[in-house]
Design a protein around this ligand. Structure first.
Ligand code: SF4
Length: 479
């Protein structure tokens, strides 16, 4: 795939996400400017769930705390911007969904943002607005504070250049937390300057200055379909978890850019220069050998019997239309109606009932499944944990069941360019000598339209089960 055809010729305006992205990965910030939508990978299931919950929480806060506020109108950015300007000019006490813009003299949009809340303040004869943002998380992060500061920067031009000294967050518990900008001013200024330098960077320069670097952020990053093949084809040094960013930069300064050029002598030098201790150097050599054999790299050593004597499971789901006032905006909901599993090569089925509270629960937990490790995927793992707990309480038993979420497992222990691993990608994978082994293709997904017939639902669940089983066998072989 040629990356160029998936890149914009002009960068997008800077938005709040560029700040957060730059903190994790410069490449991500650059692709946020230039990558076209066609290049993006779908959000993994857990990220979609978080987004849904975030929207739902925002709607709840608006209804509970801002029912009488003015909501900015219009479908186009410019129309919404003018409406925000008008609302500010007539001093609306609270403005929701305020459209903010930064433009050059030639009307080029260089900065953009939508503030959840603007609240009017008065100091003496001075009227000005402060920015607020709603976050469903319990704790405020640096990215949240930078977002507030960025919106306040954009807001300046709408209030005679006045920059508020603080903003506020409404967190998951519904409480306000004030953010004083003096605490983050240095970080903000440095990042703003870095983004101003990054935004005009052409592709060739960006390849040199912001190459992809494999990290945990890659697993849920929307640009992973662009970066993962590049990491592989360029034999990126970041495929070796023992090499830190500083060590990679040190090697690159000496003209060493690829793991397949890393000799035992170069490793000895790194050790002598204090970049590696003896044990890390040993692990590095071991992982280099694994890469050469086309094997998966683990971030730490794991028990070789981790995936033996396990239960592998997949839910059978029934789809129904969500209520029309559904705040998430997703038109379908799913209900668990059964659980297909594989244990010691034997296939089985557990029926699932909706209990008195409307939660799914196992009708009966068979004894031969109770003292085992259950392996699921993503949201299924979370759901099954709840269901086991409910069933145990209802049936008066205490089963020793440990649930492994394969998604989390891969994120935690695998260091390799697996491009996403969301359920729809657990199709098949092949091993090719000389390459990292995982190459995942597509099957169906939870976001596909209807699964109306019981036979289709069952086939879908069995398909997921088979794919999971194949993946687990492959992971087991790599241990
Ligand atoms: S996939 Fe990884 S390297 Fe690429 S932009 Fe995302 S975080 Fe950065």
């Amino acid at each position: 795939m040629s990356l160029r055809s998936y890149l914009r010729t002009q960068p997008k305006p800077t938005n709040a996400y560029h700040f957060g992205a730059y903190l994790h990965c410069k490449r991500k910030a650059w692709l946020n400017y230039y990558g076209k939508a066609a290049l993006t990978a779908p959000d993994p299931v857990h990220v979609r769930q978080q987004l849904q919950e975030g929207l739902q929480f925002e709607a709840q806060i608006y209804a509970a705390q801002f029912a009488h506020a003015y909501v900015v109108q219009g479908n186009h950015t410019q129309v919404r911007y003018e409406d925000t300007q008008a609302a500010i000019a007539r001093r609306e006490p609270v403005i929701l969904q305020a459209q903010l813009l930064q433009k050059t003299d030639s009307e080029e949009e260089t900065g953009i943002g939508v503030a959840d809340i603007l609240e009017l303040r008065q100091e003496g004869s001075q009227h000005y607005y402060e920015v607020g943002d709603i976050k469903s998380t319990a704790v405020a992060t640096l990215s949240h504070s930078l977002q507030l500061r960025w919106y306040s920067e954009l807001l300046c031009s709408l209030q005679d250049g006045f920059l508020p000294r603080k903003g506020f967050l409404i967190l998951g518990n519904g409480q306000r937390q004030e953010i004083h900008f003096e605490v983050i001013e240095r970080d903000f200024t440095q990042l703003q300057q870095a983004l101003e330098a990054l935004r005009p960077l052409p592709e060739t320069e960006a390849d040199l200055k912001t190459p992809p670097i494999l990290s945990t952020a890659c697993f849920s990053c929307k640009w992973r379909y662009a970066c993962m093949p590049q990491l592989q084809s360029e034999a990126s040094l970041s495929l070796l978890p023992q090499l830190s960013t500083a060590t990679i930069a040190h090697l690159q300064r000496q003209g060493l850019n690829r793991w397949d050029k890393l000799s035992p002598k170069a490793i000895e030098m790194l050790e002598a220069e204090g970049f590696l201790d003896a044990l890390t150097a040993q692990h590095l050599q071991h992982n280099l050998d694994r890469l050469r054999q086309g094997k998966l790299i683990w971030k730490q050593q794991l028990r070789p019997d981790l995936f033996t004597d396990i239960v592998i499971g997949a839910f059978e789901l029934q789809q129904f239309k969500a209520p029309t006032d559904n705040p998430s905006g997703y038109p379908y909901r799913y209900q668990v109606v059964g659980f297909h599993y594989l244990s010691n090569q034997t296939q089985g089925f557990l029926s699932v009932k909706q209990n008195m509270n409307g939660y799914p629960s196992f009708e009966k937990l068979p004894e031969n499944l109770r003292n085992k490790r259950w392996v699921m995927y993503g949201m299924d793992a979370l759901q099954v944990q709840r269901m086991v707990k409910t069933a145990a309480a209802e049936q008066g038993i205490s089963p020793q069941i440990e649930v492994i979420d394969l998604l989390q497992f891969v994120e935690q222990y695998v260091h390799a360019p697996l491009p996403g691993l969301q359920l729809r990608e657990l199709g098949y994978f092949t091993t090719q000598a000389g390459q990292l082994p995982a190459r995942l293709a597509y099957i169906t997904s939870l976001s596909e339209p209807a699964l109306p017939l019981a036979s289709d639902r069952k086939a879908y669940a069995l398909n997921r089960l088979e794919v999971l089983a194949t993946l687990i066998t492959w992971l087991q072989e790599q241990l």
